[in-house]
Design a protein around this ligand. Structure first.
Ligand SMILES: [Zn+2]
Ligand SMILES: [Zn+2]
Length: 332
């Protein structure tokens, strides 16, 4: 067989003819430029890419849509990664704080305080101080409410103060602060509408004359009687308190409590001074003279004559005004 010369032209046209239906099927356009024929496809999504798009998709043949999605994903990943440590730290701190709180840091329970306190001297015992601080706050609140003429609320707060004073007094039973706290308790009790119980409490205290707070104690007894409407008894206590203060002043033991006690560097004295102030028994002789002047109770030795027993000291004011006036005097 002799070889026939290959008609290349024929071959090409024949091949094209055969391939034409196939080529039509295979050929497709760029997804971004519908008029241009696709030269390649995106390796991720398979979108058709024309020559121009393919050039833009170099070197990894990723179309612009896939690329922007990839960028977005990357940004999210980076931001997540940059947040990871701060978030972990916050969680760690929260965990540590939680464990510390669970272990009782900054949240001591009473039993633990009592145990720890028992070994310390009374003036360093936190539980007593906590009750004192609580009582003081409640007392002040009650006084403010009285001043605002909201007696019902004031009585509630006085009751709370009485309870706090009582707890502190129980705790400091055998310490010098205990009896002073009882005075505070009795006073709050009287303001809470229980003057009889308050006076009983005061009498049970059996304070001796040499206690620096003695004149203040007698004065408070008088106030309690007055709150209970027993004017004569009140006046008697007032007179006795002034006498006691006078005796002290004469013997050079005048109870200049806060200054004397505060000038002492002993922590015990400082605490005693604050208790006396909170319970309102830190009365100097001069204070007492001033407080009792409206009752016509004057110091004997200063005036030179023994004051006449005062039967009706406040003729000008009615019975209802009696307490109010005295309270106003007190504020001055
Ligand atoms: Zn793609
Ligand atoms: Zn294109």
């Amino acid at each position: 067989m002799s070889e026939q010369p290959v008609d290349e032209k024929y071959l090409l046209s024949r091949t094209a003819e055969l391939l034409e239906p196939l080529a039509l099927e295979v050929r497709f356009n760029c997804d971004f430029h519908p008029e241009a024929v696709a030269e390649t496809t995106c390796v991720r999504c398979g979108r058709g890419l024309c020559a121009e798009c393919a050039a833009g998709a170099m070197p990894d043949f990723i179309c612009r849509t896939c690329r922007s999605e990839a960028v977005k994903k990357k940004i999210f990943q980076y931001s997540f990664r940059s947040l990871r440590w701060p978030v972990l730290w916050v969680l760690l701190c929260a965990l540590i704080a939680g464990i510390a709180y669970w272990q009782g840091v900054g949240n001591p329970d009473v039993a633990e305080l009592t145990r720890r306190d028992a070994k310390a001297p009374w003036y360093e015992q936190s539980l007593g101080k906590l009750y004192l601080a609580k009582a003081s706050r409640e007392n002040q609140r009650a006084a403010a409410l009285r001043e605002l003429k909201r007696p019902d609320e004031a009585m509630v707060w006085s009751g709370r103060a009485a309870l706090s004073f009582a707890r502190g007094a129980d705790y400091w039973k055998s310490a010098p602060g205990g009896p002073l706290m009882r005075i505070g308790e009795a006073m709050s009790l009287a303001y809470a509408g229980e003057p009889a119980a308050a006076l009983k409490l005061m009498q049970e205290l059996k304070l001796s004359d040499d206690v620096p707070a003695y004149p203040g104690y007698l004065y408070k007894c008088g106030q309690i009687c007055e709150l209970g409407g027993e004017k004569e008894k009140a006046l008697d206590y007032y007179r006795r308190s002034l006498e006691s203060a006078e005796k002290r002043a004469e013997s050079g033991r005048d109870f200049d409590s806060l200054l004397t006690l505060l000038s002492s560097s002993k922590p015990e004295s400082k605490l005693l001074a604050s208790i006396q102030q909170i319970c309102g028994v830190n009365l100097k002789y001069a204070d007492l003279c001033e407080k009792l002047e409206p009752y016509h109770i004057v110091p004997q030795r200063r005036s030179g004559v023994r004051p006449e027993p005062v039967k009706q000291p406040l003729k000008k004011s009615s019975e209802a005004d009696f307490t109010v006036e005295v309270l106003n005097q007190e504020k001055r």
